[in-house]
Design a protein around this ligand. Structure first.
Ligand SMILES: *[C@@H]1O[C@H](CO)[C@@H](O)[C@H](O)[C@H]1NC(C)=O
Ligand SMILES: *[C@@H]1O[C@H](CO)[C@@H](O)[C@H](O)[C@H]1NC(C)=O
Length: 250
């Protein structure tokens, strides 16, 4: 009788821990100026309010934006204006960024500067993406990763190359996909106008920010859901281990 009571108590405690879903998820918006000096992060944060993901902690070493006039949102991000994916990968910068600001979920919008500044070959950009995904998983083996097929440009003659990169992203991501650390590819190109949705041919205006949020959002919800499931499973496993370590109770 006594042991049955204690078992139910342990089960209840375990269930309470397993249901503790209050630990905020850490989300790193990672990329170049299209992540740094824009307002889609503000709009995304606003969209998350009132959802299960309202407590999401945006993380990163920077707080820059594009005069978004939103005093409430979490400005932390890892967007670096002018940076090439290839250079970030070669100089191992993401290693330190993730050490300082660990994350559960990350979005990556990169490649624009590789194409515009240095006309880098698509296969070299994709190789850099592989390095960056490895860095993410070394930092957190369960990192949930959302990779963008990048927005078009409204200047110069770059969109053929942008489309070639975007086409290469799909099979590359499928080949890198794992159950523990899924990669979701989102298409930020289709339906986005390089001229009408960018303020300067490169960076989204208010309409472009809205389009980017609507494309990130469903994939981010999948990523947050997956990260939260990991937390619940870890809490349940910890509770089960605790029960095994308390035979003296019975
Ligand atoms: C629930 O999560 C919060 C936030 O991480 C933590 O402070 C608290 O101790 C947890 N409670 C239980 C019962 O695990
Ligand atoms: C990776 O796997 C997840 C399911 O875990 C799936 O939703 C997603 O579309 C896959 N990504 C790619 C690029 O195939």
């Amino acid at each position: 009788m006594v042991s049955v009571k204690l078992l139910s108590l342990a089960t209840l405690v375990g269930a309470a821990v397993a249901q503790n879903t209050t630990a905020p998820l850490r989300y790193m918006p990672f990329g170049d100026s299209i992540t740094e000096i824009t307002c889609w992060r503000a709009k995304l944060w606003e969209k998350l309010q009132g959802t299960d993901w309202a407590t999401t902690n945006f993380v990163g070493s920077g707080k820059n934006e594009n005069a978004c006039r939103d005093t409430k949102y979490d400005r932390d991000n890892e967007g670096h204006s002018g940076f090439l994916a290839i250079n970030i990968a070669n100089s191992k910068q993401l290693v330190g960024w993730l050490q300082r600001n660990p994350a559960d979920v990350i979005t990556m919008h990169l490649g624009t500067n590789d194409i515009v500044q240095q006309n880098k070959p698509v296969d070299q950009i994709i190789a850099a993406f592989s390095t960056l995904v490895q860095v993410m998983r070394d930092s957190n083996p369960k990192m949930k990763i959302v990779v963008a097929q990048i927005i078009p440009m409204g200047m110069g003659n770059y969109n053929g190359k942008v489309q070639a990169l975007n086409a290469a992203i799909t099979p590359w991501a499928a080949g890198k996909n794992t159950t523990a650390s899924p990669i979701w590819v989102v298409d930020q190109y289709t339906g986005y106008s390089g001229s009408a949705d960018n303020r300067d041919g490169i960076h989204p205006n208010a309409g472009g920010d809205d389009k980017m949020v609507s494309v990130w959002y469903p994939a981010l919800v999948s990523a947050f859901t997956s990260a939260r499931a990991d937390q619940v499973a870890a809490a349940a496993a910890a509770a089960a281990a605790e029960r095994r370590e308390m035979p003296f109770i019975a």
